[in-house]
Design a binder for this molecule. Structure first.
Ligand code: KG4
Ligand code: ZN
Length: 337
C-alpha cells in the first residue's frame, strides 16, 4: 500500500465500547473508550445481555466521537478494523455488524482482528522501536497465555492456563473479599496497605508443562482461608490476604515467563492485557527480568485494558499483509490465536 493508511477501529468484545482512528499502525489519532463498569458493578460481574444492549445504544456515538477527535470524516478512512473474537458473542456482534455496515457503505476493506493480537499490538503503539520476535505474557480476564510472537501475525502459543485466567482469579477473590467488580484494580489497591508477608498461598506447577498455568487451586485456597476466618468470627485481614494472593499470582506469572525466555533464548518480554496494569506484576517483572538480562515492555495503563487503538494497530499489520476479511465476517466467541 502506498501513502498513509488510516484505519477506523472498533472493539466491543466485553464491557468496553471503543472506537479509534489509527494512522500507519502506530500513530493514534483518537481513542474513545466508554466503560460499562459502573453498570455491571452492581451485579458483581459482566451481564452479557446488558453489555450487548449498551454497546448497540452507544456504538454510533463513540465512533463519531473518535472521528471528531481525529479531525477526520468517514471518507478519510482506508479500512475498518474490528475485534471478531474471542469474547461475548452478543457484544462482539455489535462491533462486527457495525464495522461491516461501515465498510460496505464506504466501499472500504474490513479487517477482522483477534482480541489478544490487539492486546499485544498495544505495545507497538507505546514503543516505536519494538518489533517481533519476542515473548509475550498476555494476561486478561479471559486469557493467560505465553506466546512466542515470531512476527506481526505469527504466534506460537507455548503456554496457557488450564483453568481460570489470572484476571478471573483476581475478580473471584475480590468478590469473596467484598471488594466489588472489577476485582483486579481493587486487589491491587488493597494490597498496597499490607506490609507483612502474611502467608504463602500455593504456587502451582504442572508436571511436564512448565509454561502452563493453573489458578483455580490458588483461588480455592484463598477463598477457603477467607471462609475459615469468617466462620471463626475473626476480623478479615483484607490487605494482607489481597497482597498474599496477588504475590502468589505474580510469582507464577513472572517465574514461568522468565523461564520461557531463558529456555528459548529470548531476550525481550512483552506484557499485554488487563492484568498487566497490576502494580506488583509490573514491579516484580521489571526487577527479576533485569537480573536475568531480559528487556521488558509494559503497556501504558490506558492501553492495558480494552481499547480500539490496539485493534487499529493490529488491523494495520493484517491489512498491509493483504489479510483482509469480507462481509461474511462473523463473531467467533472462542476464536483461537
Ligand atoms: O484485557 P481486559 O480489559 O479484558 C479482557 O480482555 O478480559 O482485562 C480485564 C481483566 C479483569 O479481570 C480485571 O480485574 C483485570 O484485567 N485487571 C487487573 C488490574 N486492572 C485490570 N488485574 C490486576 N491488577 C490490576 N491493576
Ligand atoms: Zn482484553
Amino acid at each position: 500500500m502506498k501513502g498513509d493508511v488510516t484505519i477506523l477501529a472498533v472493539e466491543t468484545s466485553c464491557d468496553e465500547t471503543a472506537a479509534a482512528v489509527v494512522r500507519n499502525g502506530r500513530q493514534v489519532l483518537s481513542n474513545e473508550v466508554a466503560s460499562q463498569i459502573k453498570i455491571h458493578a452492581k451485579y458483581g460481574g459482566v451481564v452479557p445481555e446488558i453489555a450487548s444492549r449498551h454497546h448497540t445504544e452507544i456504538i454510533d456515538t463513540i465512533i463519531q466521537a473518535a472521528l471528531k477527535d481525529a479531525g477526520l470524516s468517514y471518507g478519510d478512512m482506508d479500512a475498518v478494523a474490528v475485534t471478531y473474537g474471542p469474547g461475548l458473542v452478543g457484544a462482539l456482534l455489535t462491533g462486527v455488524s457495525t464495522a461491516k455496515a461501515l465498510a460496505y457503505a464506504l466501499h472500504k476493506p474490513i479487517v477482522g482482528v483477534h482480541h489478544i493480537e490487539g492486546h499485544i499490538a498495544a505495545n507497538y503503539i507505546a514503543y516505536p522501536e519494538l518489533t517481533p520476535p519476542f515473548l509475550c505474557l498476555a494476561v486478561s480476564g479471559g486469557h493467560t497465555h505465553l506466546i512466542h510472537v515470531k512476527g506481526y501475525r505469527e504466534f506460537d502459543l507455548i503456554g496457557r492456563t488450564r483453568d481460570d485466567a489470572a484476571g478471573e482469579a483476581f475478580d473471584k477473590v475480590a468478590r469473596v473479599l467484598g471488594l466489588g467488580y472489577p476485582g483486579g484494580p481493587a486487589i491491587d489497591v488493597a494490597a498496597k496497605r499490607s506490609d507483612s508477608g502474611y502467608m504463602d498461598f500455593p504456587r502451582v506447577d504442572i508436571e511436564d508443562a512448565p509454561y502452563d498455568f493453573s489458578f483455580s487451586g490458588l483461588k480455592t485456597a484463598v477463598i477457603n482461608h477467607i471462609h475459615g476466618i469468617r466462620q471463626r468470627g475473626e476480623e478479615l485481614p483484607m490487605a494482607d490476604i489481597a497482597a498474599s494472593f496477588q504475590q502468589a499470582v505474580v510469582d507464577v506469572l513472572v517465574g514461568k515467563s522468565l523461564l520461557a525466555c531463558r529456555e528459548a533464548g529470548i531476550g525481550t518480554l512483552v506484557l499485554a492485557g488487563g492484568v498487566s496494569a497490576n502494580t506488583a506484576l509490573r514491579e516484580h517483572l521489571a526487577k527479576n527480568a533485569k537480573n536475568q538480562g531480559v528487556r521488558v515492555y509494559v503497556p501504558p495503563i490506558e492501553y492495558c485494558t480494552d481499547n480500539a487503538a490496539m485493534i487499529g494497530c493490529a488491523g494495520y499489520y493484517r491489512l498491509t499483509a493483504g489479510d483482509v476479511s469480507d462481509l461474511s465476517l462473523n463473531a467467533v466467541p472462542g476464536l483461537p490465536l
